[in-house]
Every structure is written in structure tokens, then in C-alpha cells.
Design a binder for this molecule. Structure first.
Ligand SMILES: O=C(O)CCC(=O)C(=O)O
Length: 278
């Protein structure tokens, strides 16, 4: 039973789940309408505003000053935790990653006219690069998904002025970073804007070329992001995030050895915020 206004929700049928995943794997993104109720998105906007207004959010390293992203709000507020298991998100993630899938990130964006991630990119790095003479990955392959983002619209983003996310369909098969142009294309397909209403969600493959367009609506654009990944990654990496080698074993150690055990291991969000958590 949830302690917050976030509902339990209902899983989709097997057929609908398979349809969504098919489209997601093919295009690199898929819009799923009408997932959250109005009162849920209202509460989430209020909670988001409260985090932006609280000076402790900056002091504790969750928000860099003048920035528009609160990192890991689920460490600060139960409502964001309940969201992680909201249906149909949970069952979709289980269908993609299998039982034992894990949560691996959470942010909330509040974009005004001046702040957007508006350059074309893939997240982290290009996972499956190809040599110049290989034009693309074979479409018969299901490209592996190391992790993904569930994007949750908390406000209406239903026109180009509202700053919709854009994706180039199929570009996760390109084996390349996006070309440096405002309108990249992959095999004849240009950018597609995900126009949506508050309460809609969309799945985001971090290897699909994407960006957020500038918000010219004159009001905030709210987008909540939840990342998930497969069990194996957590057994492989997380053991070492928790793992601390006693300081005395590092006395006089080579710089490279120290970097292999960087402090970022225990504070992964610092990688994004660039701040030291107190
Ligand atoms: O704001 C958006 O729509 C896109 C965000 C983005 O590019 C990202 O989180 O990597």
C-alpha cells in the first residue's frame, strides 16, 4: 500500500506490453499515453517545486545553483520512491530486463526558457560503434539495452513551443554519434517530437539520438526521469560501489590505483552534479 498519492496502477495485457516493447526496440522510443492521473502529476509538480525552493537541495548537492535538474529526488521524498514501482512501469521493465531488474537513476527536470539539454546526443557514450565502412547494425538484431529511461511528463508538452523531447527513429542502430547538425537524419528519417500530455510516459533508449528542444511556452516544462537496468549490471558494478578498501592500504599508492577506487564510486550522483555531498 503506497503512503503517498501515487497509485498502484495496472499492468498492461501481455499483447499490449509486447506491442510497446516491439515499437521501443525498433524506434528507440515509444509514447504511452494516459498512465498517470491528474492528481498524481499535480502532487509531483508540487513536490518538484518544493525541492527547487528548498536551499538544502543545493547545499546537499542535489541541485547545482542556477540549474534545472534535481538529481535523485527519490532520496529526498517518498513520493518519488513510490513512482518507481507504479504500474504499468514495473511490469514493462520486468518484460524488458527480466525478474530482478534494478533501478539506477532518477532526476526531475524543470525547464524554463533558458535551460534545456538541446544538443543532439546519446547518453554516457556510444555503446556499439561501427567502423566507417559498416553502414549500420543489422535490423534483424535486437540491440542490447544496457539501461533505459522512463520519461514521465508532469506537464503538458503538446506543442513545439513547450520543448518536447525529439528522437531520430532507429538511430540506435547507426553505430554512430549524431552528426553535428540541428536536424540529423538516419536512413531518411528526421527528428520526431514526442508531443504529450501530463501523465503520459515514454520509454527512451539512451543510444537513440535525442535532445530536449528549447521551452518557449512561457511556463515551466516538467519531466521526470527514472532509469532501470538488468540484474547483472548491479552484481558487476554495485558490489564495488559498496566496497571500501581501508585507507591504510592506499598509503603511497600510484595515482592510477587511487583513481580506480575513486570517491565517485560511493557517490555516483557527484559525477553529474560536480558537487561534494555533505
Ligand atoms: O529534456 C529532454 O527532453 C531530453 C533530456 C535528455 O536529453 C537527457 O536526459 O539525456
Amino acid at each position: 500500500m503506497n503512503q503517498t498519492p501515487i497509485q498502484n496502477g495496472t499492468p498492461f495485457s501481455e499483447e499490449r506490453t509486447a506491442e510497446i516493447i516491439h515499437e521501443f526496440k525498433r524506434d528507440g522510443f515509444v509514447l504511452i499515453s494516459d498512465v498517470f492521473e491528474k492528481d498524481e502529476t499535480e502532487v509531483l509538480r508540487e513536490k518538484t517545486n518544493a525541492l527547487f525552493d528548498d536551499p538544502k537541495t543545493v547545499e546537499n548537492g542535489y541541485l547545482r545553483e542556477n540549474h534545472f535538474i534535481v538529481w535523485q529526488p527519490n532520496e529526498l521524498e517518498r513520493t518519488f520512491c513510490d513512482l518507481l514501482v507504479r504500474e504499468p512501469i514495473f511490469s514493462l521493465m520486468e518484460a524488458i530486463f527480466g525478474k530482478g531488474f534494478q533501478h539506477c537513476g532518477n532526476q526531475v527536470l524543470r525547464n524554463d526558457h533558458a535551460h534545456a539539454i538541446d544538443h543532439w546526443h546519446v547518453d554516457d557514450s556510444l555503446f556499439y560503434p561501427l567502423p566507417d565502412d559498416v553502414p549500420r547494425h543489422d535490423p534483424r538484431i535486437n540491440m542490447p539495452i544496457m539501461w533505459l529511461t522512463v520519461q514521465i511528463a508532469l506537464s503538458d508538452i503538446d506543442s513545439i513551443e513547450c520543448g518536447p523531447s525529439q528522437y531520430v527513429p532507429g538511430s540506435h542502430y547507426s553505430g554512430r554519434n549524431p552528426p553535428k547538425t540541428d536536424t540529423p537524419t538516419f536512413e531518411g528519417h528526421g527528428p520526431v517530437s514526442v508531443l504529450c500530455k501530463a501523465g503520459d510516459i515514454y520509454l527512451h533508449n539512451p543510444q537513440c539520438w535525442h535532445r530536449g528542444t528549447p521551452n518557449r511556452s512561457g511556463r515551466y516544462r516538467y519531466l521526470l526521469q527514472q532509469q532501470y537496468g538488468p540484474t547483472w549490471a548491479f552484481l558487476r558494478y554495485n558490489a564495488y560501489i559498496q566496497h571500501r578498501i581501508p585507507d591504510h592500504l592506499f598509503e603511497g599508492a600510484d595515482r592510477r590505483l587511487l583513481e580506480l577506487h575513486d570517491d565517485l564510486h560511493s557517490r555516483s550522483e557527484a559525477r553529474y552534479t560536480g558537487t561534494v555531498r555533505k
